[in-house]
Design a protein around this ligand. Sequence first.
Ligand SMILES: *[C@@H]1O[C@H](CO)[C@@H](O)[C@H](O)[C@H]1NC(C)=O
Ligand SMILES: *[C@@H]1O[C@H](CO)[C@@H](O)[C@H](O)[C@H]1NC(C)=O
Ligand SMILES: *[C@@H]1O[C@H](CO)[C@@H](O)[C@H](O)[C@H]1NC(C)=O
Ligand SMILES: *[C@@H]1O[C@H](CO)[C@@H](O)[C@H](O)[C@H]1NC(C)=O
Length: 318
Amino acid sequence: MARGPVLALPLLLLLLAAVTGRAAARDDCTCATNKMTTCSWDSQGGRCRCKAIGSNHEVNCSTLTSKCLLLKARTVRSKSGRGLVRPSEHAIVDNDGLYDPDCDLDGRFKARQCNQTSVCWCVNSVGVRRTDKGDETLHCEELVRTHHILIELRHRPPARAFNHSDLDAELRRLFRERYLLRPRFVADVHYDDPTIQIELRQNASQKAPGDVDIADAAYYFERDVKGESVFSKPGGFDVRVRGEPLQVDQTLIYYLDEKPPQFSMKRLTAGLIAVIAVIAVALVAGVVILVITNRRKSGKYKKVEIKEMGELNKEPNL
Ligand SMILES: *[C@@H]1O[C@H](CO)[C@@H](O)[C@H](O)[C@H]1NC(C)=O
Ligand SMILES: *[C@@H]1O[C@H](CO)[C@@H](O)[C@H](O)[C@H]1NC(C)=O
Ligand SMILES: *[C@@H]1O[C@H](CO)[C@@H](O)[C@H](O)[C@H]1NC(C)=O
Ligand SMILES: *[C@@H]1O[C@H](CO)[C@@H](O)[C@H](O)[C@H]1NC(C)=O
């Protein structure tokens, strides 16, 4: 007689577990690769759908979100004054190209970007300005691809010196596993204590559909290094070389486009041929903006420092 309820109890527990398990899974509708999203279960299929804050663009949470959508989400956050982490109080400006960008249907930067005030300029695929600013009549033919990104890091002295080949392997692993970038796009890792250079190279013909763009991988990396991880999972960048943590204290990121940028000569220091604005992320020294000269004939890069902020201050109307 008592058999019925005894048998029913485990069944009931199982059912309960299934229900609560499902409830827990329902609560867990978040976007692993982008915390700047709002996610909800869709009514029919029970799929978790996530939309980028600021654009309502649906994002694919099994890959990286494009930098354009991330920047857009970030400007929304900074307007509302929450959710922003300042790397340090020494950082003068958080000018990592922070503006409210126009993104296309794929979430990529539109070639032409405009300020709320009818000021327009052309950008490359990492969203960095590559022409002079103009008015609304400014025409940008195409989105010029940034096919080479050089990330230059300086690290704090480790207790035990890093071995170049181990460091190389760890950084390649980081880009492969954390930023989902195909290994062939990490072209090189150079090391001369305390400076590490990571070269990412990817031209349009090499990039297959679904491949993470080096622009996005570099941006996720930049945010990680600044302690502003975009991933939902807590805990950021943690690279260890044989157990020894890599502590980055300065980062410079150089972007090189497939075509030389078009800044008018008169506004730049004499001697420059063509320039690309380059964003520098410096945790300690504040943000500096550099310029690379692409000397097409020699194929070498010449670095020249300019102060973009100074330029903006001097010419606020341009
Ligand atoms: C856009 O305009 C604002 C003022 O309206 C200015 O502070 C900002 O520097 C401009 N941004 C760019 C990239 O020109
Ligand atoms: C670095 O480690 C590799 C093995 O991982 C070893 O073959 C190489 O000799 C080491 N290099 C130095 C400079 O210690
Ligand atoms: C793309 O890169 C590969 C390998 O570096 C190179 O052989 C090829 O010529 C490049 N294609 C273009 C269009 O630049
Ligand atoms: C999301 O991205 C992954 C990895 O690139 C891809 O395999 C998958 O098809 C994408 N899903 C959608 C719905 O686009």
